[in-house]
Design a protein around this ligand. Structure first.
Ligand SMILES: [Zn+2]
Length: 168
């Protein structure tokens, strides 16, 4: 079953939702040069590119430049999945090389893979069989910031206090 994730990151990022930051929808006719120009990424002849992505409520995949916050890529809306995608730009109909659920803005569960896979299939893009890395997230009891839980280390990256797992 698919789950919808609301933004849980810091309020200081909320203005990004309406800032009109460039994003690009992956679709069957998507082409690397269009993606680069829409995202205002200079074509330096790279063959691989890592991007921010979200899957919206309608099952569409949107990507943005890697340093763009997920809330901007999602225009502030809830998402079915979010993280990073690595794409191969060297082929005419580019393909997805790797994906993760790394988004401290939405903290989607590893199970959001199914929503991403379905969306990439609908966009007609070749894809891997699962996440390269599946992250889990925790919120600090003290400073409330969100940290990726690495192995079984439940300590806050900001202040070292204990994390409570999110989404469990
Ligand atoms: Zn903390």
């Amino acid at each position: 079953m698919k789950r919808l994730y609301e933004f849980v990151g810091p309020d200081r990022l909320r203005p990004d939702a309406t800032a009109g930051i460039p994003r690009y929808r992956l679709h069957p006719k998507a082409r690397a040069p269009d993606l680069l120009s829409e995202l205002e990424i200079r074509d330096l002849g790279m063959t691989e590119l890592t991007l921010t992505y979200i899957v919206d409520q309608r099952g569409m995949v949107w990507v943005a430049e890697r340093h763009v916050e997920h809330i901007a890529c999602a225009r502030g809306e809830p998402v079915l999945a979010a993280g990073e995608l690595t794409v191969d730009l060297s082929v005419k109909e580019f393909e997805i090389l790797a994906a993760t659920n790394q988004s401290t803005g939405y903290c989607p569960e590893p199970e959001c893979w199914h929503a991403l896979a379905e969306a990439l299939d609908a966009a007609g893009l070749d894809r891997p069989d699962g996440f390269e890395y599946a992250f889990r997230f925790g919120r600090c009891r003290k400073c409330r910031s969100i940290t990726v839980i690495k192995e079984d280390d439940f300590s806050c990256a900001e202040c070292g206090s204990e994390l409570d797992p999110l989404r469990q």
